[in-house]
Ligand binder design. Structure first.
Ligand SMILES: Nc1ncnc2c1ncn2[C@@H]1O[C@H](COP(=O)(O)OP(=O)(O)OP(=O)(O)O)[C@@H](O)[C@H]1O
Length: 253
């Protein structure tokens, strides 16, 4: 990998920004969307996929994200990236040797792109359906409501990318988000057992207190309450030694 300069992401959202560890990309990447769980009937979301907003559509990223959210996807991670030619060749290695490969690399490295981890039930297929056919000209004919029809231009400048299988999704998510946990999240009974053992009791206690209290800002109040009654918070104890003052505290858990 080559040496890298820095570029920050100026998202319009006022959400918590979390700096991501670089994977050798050219910039400092930040997630501007905190991780949110999307519950479905079996418990917790089950599938994630990688979405890219390509350089030709980055200036329409907010509109594309609106479509994504309106279609029920959760954006788990997001970062703005400038790929080097080497990284792009690696990402699109399956197309190495094809006639369009050099111009694809030139296009994909010409400007920043936005990488996102999307979550939804059946996310891989759902996202592929939402983006439409590879060629935006074809998409305009056959899938006029698809993202590639709405935001793309032609066969190459087609606005977005989507992983085409579970194996690709895992590889591509790791490629852009090396710290992201891709392992399956428990669903069904294991998820229920986890919630029962670790979450429900504390949450019910806090929600009951919330209903009694009826605070002005219930979300903040609930967050404070959960921190207050969190059974897993570190316990503190006083330590009296000759070298420490009586007020010294040490975390024992
Ligand atoms: N014939 C072509 N001429 C120019 N560019 C092409 C051509 N075919 C594909 N591309 C570009 O290469 C990308 C990867 O091609 P692929 O066949 O994997 O399509 P895709 O799976 O629909 O797209 P993506 O992998 O970006 O989601 C396309 O999205 C497009 O930008």
């Amino acid at each position: 990998m080559e040496s890298h300069s820095k570029e920050s992401f100026n998202g319009d959202h006022n959400q918590q920004q979390q700096q991501q560890q670089s994977n050798g990309f050219e910039d400092t990447m930040r997630s501007d969307q905190s991780t949110v769980m999307d519950f479905n009937k079996s418990g917790i979301f089950v599938e994630r996929t990688l979405a890219l907003i390509k350089p030709d559509a980055v200036n329409k990223a907010i509109d594309i994200e609106t479509v994504i959210l309106n279609q029920g996807f959760t954006i788990l991670q997001k970062r703005r990236v400038i790929l080097t030619a080497e990284q792009c060749s690696d990402f699109y290695s399956e197309h190495y040797g094809k006639k369009f490969f050099p111009s694809l690399v030139a296009f994909m490295t010409s400007a920043p792109l936005v990488a996102m981890v999307l979550a939804k039930e059946n996310a891989i297929q759902q996202w592929r359906e939402l983006i439409g056919p590879t060629n935006s000209d074809v998409a305009k004919e056959t899938n006029p409501d698809s993202i590639r029809a709405l935001f793309g231009t032609n066969e190459q400048k087609n606005a977005v990318h989507g992983s085409d299988s579970a194996v690709s999704a895992e590889r591509e998510i790791r490629f852009f988000f090396p710290n992201c946990i891709v392992e399956p999240i428990p669903v069904g009974q294991p998820a229920k057992d986890y919630l029962e053992q670790n979450v429900n009791k504390t949450l019910m206690k806090a929600l009951t207190a919330l209903c009694k209290e009826k605070p002005k800002d219930p979300v903040l109040w609930l967050a404070d309450k959960l921190m207050e009654i969190n059974p897993y918070k570190p316990k503190l104890t006083h330590v009296h030694t000759s070298s420490s003052s009586p007020d010294d505290l040490i975390i024992i858990e």
